[in-house]
Write a protein that binds this ligand. Structure first.
Ligand code: HAM
Length: 420
């Protein structure tokens, strides 16, 4: 008989106990940071309409042209969401969030999907946390978003990061810039890498994103977008920089920073880490003043960021940062015989009501095996119960770390464990 060993799909991983505690601790930091910035959580479905993502993120992007997981059912076209901004924009329009008045401050944590070639820091199912400020035009909003993002890394102790900042301006400036890039790269086409050559006509700005060795010297002499910005864009960008200086958030202006999604206008940024290898972006974002309109809403300025959780974890590991230690139970009941096990089972609800974490053996193993299990689970105390102990209502309380034992009555357990 053949036996099938089922595994996860390539580029998708299980998160198991031992690792999950780090994730939970990070999520607590994200929720707390969001609370301090007065952002509210939004949860959108994992499946969206393919058309939303195609329009929102852009037909020519890698995400839409080759990385979407899609399927059809009847008339409906489903896509596993590759990012969170277009879904948030859709929700904003669908639920008329504008009618609530003011700026919507939204944040999210969840799984996203891109059919990329998996490698370190690049999965097909990955997780992001992100925030979107919808309805705010001023540079203060851009800076609040950047402050939100960077605060989380600072809080954790990931401080060796670089914030790269650029302005991609308005669509008209970008069009003029694209033309200038084409004019510059066309005569050099023969020397460009194949990927970049293919982008020459479709999306020349992405050539600036190239990591190919042979493109680097050619990129160096390319025109920069900053020379094509309108006076208003330039002013906005200057104001963002000035405010970042005021908040003492360091950044490097990188005129070649182009993001892999088409919806950006004005400010674009990325947070990179030297600990990530070739996929060096911890997170990124920017302003997207035209997206809400693109997906059917009224003209609405917005700005946001999203960061990869797996990449944050890689950075933590490289820096030796632990966000949480898996902790053991306060009490492990070591029982001999059915009656003792029942006594423990009945006792545990009270102890839990007092906030104590308790567990016991569930399968009638030997005392030795139970003690071993209590040790492995890093229990603080073991309470040992046999027939004699039940008759006397006196139990052995073993401090597992100090290896000290004392005799206490059943009613003293809570008090003793809570006070030590
Ligand atoms: P993004 O740059 O495509 O932006 O993704 C943000 C972050 O998600 C990346 O910097 C990276 O850390 C992580 N990430 C992306 N793809 C993968 C992958 N395949 N495996 C592991 N991690 C990955 C966005 O998604 C925009 N929605 C950000 C945004 C929000 N812009 C405005 N608001």
């Amino acid at each position: 008989m053949s036996k099938t060993a089922y595994t996860t799909h390539h580029g998708m991983t299980d998160l198991l106990p031992g690792e999950i505690e780090q994730w939970q601790a990070l999520e607590a930091i994200i929720h707390e940071t969001a609370r301090l910035f007065h952002f509210q959580e939004i949860r959108t479905p994992v499946l969206e309409q393919t058309e939303l993502i195609a329009r929102g993120v852009g037909q020519l992007t890698d995400i839409v042209s080759k990385e979407m997981f899609t399927f059809d059912r009847g008339e409906d076209h489903y896509v596993l969401r590759p990012e969170g901004t277009a879904p948030v924009a859709r929700a904003y329009v669908q639920h008329h969030l504008a009618q609530r008045g003011g700026t919507q401050r939204l944040y999210y944590i969840g799984p996203f999907f891109r059919a990329e070639r998996p490698q370190k820091g690049r999965q097909r199912q990955f997780h992001q946390f992100g925030a979107e400020l919808v309805g705010a035009r001023g540079s203060i909003a851009d800076v609040e978003i950047i402050a939100f993002m960077t605060r989380i890394y600072r809080q954790i102790g990931i401080t060796n990061t670089t914030l790269k900042l650029n302005s991609v301006g308005e669509p008209e400036s970008r069009e003029a810039y694209r033309k200038a890039l084409r004019d510059y790269f066309k005569p050099l086409a023969g020397q460009l890498s194949e990927v970049s050559r293919n982008r020459l006509d479709t999306n020349p700005m992405r050539i600036l994103d190239s990591k190919e060795e042979q493109d680097q010297p050619l990129k160096a002499g390319a025109p920069v977008i900053t020379d094509f910005l309108s006076a208003a864009s330039r002013k906005h960008f200057e104001s963002v920089r000035d405010l970042l200086d005021k908040l003492r958030i360091p950044y490097d202006v990188d005129p070649f920073l182009v993001r892999g999604l088409d919806y950006y206008t004005e400010t674009a940024f990325e947070l990179t880490s030297p600990d990530l290898g070739s996929q060096d972006a911890l997170g990124g974002g920017g302003r997207y003043d035209l997206l809400i309109e693109e997906v059917g809403g009224p003209p609405t300025p917005a700005v946001g960021f999203a960061c990869g959780i797996e990449r944050l974890m890689i950075a933590c590991e490289a820096l030796g940062l632990k966000l949480a230690d898996p902790s053991g139970p306060d009490i492990y009941f070591v029982t001999r015989g059915e009656e003792a096990a029942r006594w423990a089972l009945e006792k545990m609800p009270d102890l839990r009501n007092s906030g104590l974490v308790c567990t016991m053996d569930y399968s009638g193993r030997s005392l030795k095996a139970q003690m071993k299990d209590a040790n492995r689970q890093q229990a603080r105390f073991a309470v040992i119960i046999g027939e004699q102990e039940l008759n006397d209502n006196m139990f052995t309380l073993r401090d597992m770390e100090k290896s000290e034992e004392s005799l206490i009555s059943g009613s003293e357990i809570t008090e003793r464990v809570l006070s030590s």
